[in-house]
Ligand binder design. Structure first.
Ligand SMILES: C[S@@+](CC[C@H](N)C(=O)[O-])C[C@H]1O[C@@H](n2cnc3c(N)ncnc32)[C@H](O)[C@@H]1O
Length: 253
């Protein structure tokens, strides 16, 4: 491969940095999850893990009264979040920090709520919940989305895709058991609707990829990246009845 070509990592960042969301989700799903956390005025300290550029972090700030720390491993995403925070005049309550979800920089028993959309599967549902539990106060909450099997059939092609992406799907029942084993009372779980993937994520991402194809006209790496993304969307459209993002909400006991 020509070294002047953007790497997949460069393309991933460039395709995602301007998006409102870096993964499937929606404001409606967030509000549905927040509905299980009422009353919201008890959430003084929240962390939003794997926050990306912080679309959901900023929405959380509209509903939660206290401080919110968005954490992500990509400095570019955190810089974008902190610019948005500044423009919104929320520096006294919201900030982005670069960090790893598997090595949280918070004090033990210090958080009222851990929020995380589309990120925990990067470190594993069990590993994530196990680690995060210790940073929550007793009776603190976790609200997290994770790709999951939503039927008993698990087509090989879907399993292979998520495994190649460094992730792994479990059934909703298994994840609820994992949540309980990690020291949480199970509160609720619900499947995110299809438009969370298509209208809110895949469609805007495709527009950004088209811009990249235009910008890096003769680069094979861009064509390969676009093709991989196209295959991902096709897989979802063909097999969406089998898997989806599920919001899991639990209370630390
Ligand atoms: C699918 S995106 C979701 C972003 C955002 N929460 C949203 O829903 O739009 C997953 C995010 O998790 C971050 N991430 C992945 N692994 C991570 C890790 N080990 N520590 C911190 N952030 C991580 C990625 O950089 C990315 O921003």
């Amino acid at each position: 491969m020509n070294n002047n070509q953007p790497s997949f990592f460069d393309l991933l960042l460039e395709a995602h940095i301007s998006l409102k969301r870096q993964g499937p989700g929606s404001a409606d799903s967030m509000r549905q999850a927040l509905g299980f956390l009422e009353p919201l005025d008890r959430f003084g300290k929240t962390a939003d893990l794997g926050c990306g550029t912080g679309g959901q972090t900023m929405l959380l700030a509209e509903y939660l009264p206290g401080t919110i720390v968005g954490l992500d491993m990509f400095p570019e995403f955190i810089e974008k979040l902190n610019q948005t925070v500044k423009t919104s005049g929320l520096e006294n309550r919201v900030k982005g920090i670069v960090g790893k979800m598997e090595e949280l920089p918070f004090q033990e028993n210090s958080l009222d709520l851990i929020w995380s959309e589309g990120a925990i599967d990067n470190i594993g549902f069990q590993e994530g919940l196990d680690h995060w539990h210790g940073f929550l106060k007793k009776d603190g909450y976790v609200a997290v989305t994770c790709p999951s099997w939503i039927t008993k059939d698990h087509p090989d092609v879907v399993e292979q895709f998520w495994s190649d992406a460094g992730s792994h799907l479990d059934s909703v029942e298994k994840n609820i058991n994992i949540m309980q084993d990690c020291g949480f009372e199970f509160i609720a779980a619900f499947v995110l609707p299809e438009e969370c993937w298509t209208e809110n994520y895949y469609d805007p991402r495709e527009k950004e990829i088209q811009k990249l194809i235009e910008k890096y006209k003769s680069c094979d790496s861009v064509k390969e990246y676009a093709e991989l993304n196209r295959q991902e969307v096709e897989l979802f459209l063909a097999y969406k009845q089998y898997y989806g993002y599920v919001f899991y909400i639990g209370r630390a006991i």
